[in-house]
Design a protein around this ligand. Structure first.
Ligand code: DON
Length: 307
């Protein structure tokens, strides 16, 4: 007998395939050159089984989907107190690259926006790591979430760094408030490297399944981060993961989620499943158009809304 899930997933892809609305991210030239027709979906169960359809083994850069995972690493490495002292947990209701700092302290509102994620990058690993060691620590951690050794796309990283003026400006603001204590350029370089890690849709589903599986990677059986950290991360993904579309997402889809400007999108349902989609055309919020449609359908078809 043929398994039901791959047929269901192929049908779901077929139904969104003709939607050509949105544009690939234009502000990173290497991403603007990506093939906009790519489309994939993967479901990773908490027992390690993966079901997929479409381009699930094609690599693309993780971009902002790295943010919840590096937040998890920083919380594990430094503890909740030091991280929460530097980065809040309130939705900004603004775009991912808005400055969004608390006016009195300069603390970024949450770890999913760039200001928060740049700060979180600086908090990953031990305090005394140099920038190269910190990037290696982040790469090692992201690989543990995926259950395989990941690598970086140097061309995408260089392409973004050439146009990183906004992130550099944010980092200098953070440094002026002493939220960042390291060299702002080195932190933005490390954060951009973090965003340039190559993943497949299958990897992203497994990373999401590691969160769904309360921090234990279903393939390796390794506890990557402790359970209280996962609870914190999924809560912040629920309220802030989709930026200024977070409210629509919470009501219509109702799954803790995170998007990336290369076209990836993940959702993690505690105790059940990690879902990932890939389609490079983005809406005005920087979220994948066909990815959002697919998640809306999965949530409605399978009753995945957490409420
Ligand atoms: O900081 C940036 O601009 C990117 N490297 C990551 C942004 C991103 O993926 C936003 N998410 N939709």
């Amino acid at each position: 007998m043929r398994p039901i899930i791959p047929d269901y997933l192929a049908e779901a892809l077929g139904d969104v395939e003709s939607d050509r609305s949105g544009e690939p991210a234009g502000y990173i030239p290497e991403l603007a050159a990506a093939d906009p027709e790519r489309l994939g979906v993967a479901f990773a169960m908490t027992d390690g089984e993966v079901y997929g359809a479409g381009d699930i083994d094609m690599e693309f850069t993780i971009q902002s989907i790295s943010k919840p995972f590096v937040y998890a690493l920083a919380l594990s490495d430094r503890g909740f107190g030091p991280v929460l002292a530097k980065v809040g947990v309130e939705p900004s209701g603004e775009a991912f690259n808005e400055i969004s700092l608390e006016s009195d302290t300069g603390r970024p509102l949450n770890p999913m926006i760039n200001a928060g994620a740049i700060t979180v990058h600086s908090l990953a690993g031990a305090k005394d790591l140099n920038p190269t060691e910190r990037v290696e620590h982040v790469l090692h951690g992201l690989s543990a979430f995926a259950g395989r050794r990941l690598r970086m796309d140097e061309a995408v990283c260089a392409s973004e760094m050439e146009h990183a003026h906004r992130n550099l400006a944010i980092a200098h603001m953070l440094r002026s408030h002493d939220v960042l204590t390291q060299d702002p350029r080195a932190v933005v370089d490390g954060y951009t490297r973090q965003c340039s890690v190559l993943v497949t849709t299958r990897d992203l589903a497994m990373m999401a399944a590691t969160l769904a599986n309360r921090g234990t990677n279903p393939l390796s059986g390794k506890q990557v981060v402790p359970e209280p950290v996962v609870r914190q991360v999924l809560s912040v993904m629920f309220s802030c993961g989709m930026y200024d579309a977070a409210g629509d997402w919470a009501t219509q889809v109702g799954i803790p989620a995170k998007s990336g400007v290369a076209g990836g999108l993940i959702g993690a349902l505690p105790g059940q499943i990690g879902i990932a989609t890939f389609s490079p055309r983005l809406d005005v919020h920087g979220n994948s158009v066909r990815g959002v449609s697919l998640f809306e359908r999965f949530s409605s078809d399978m009753g995945l809304h957490v409420m």
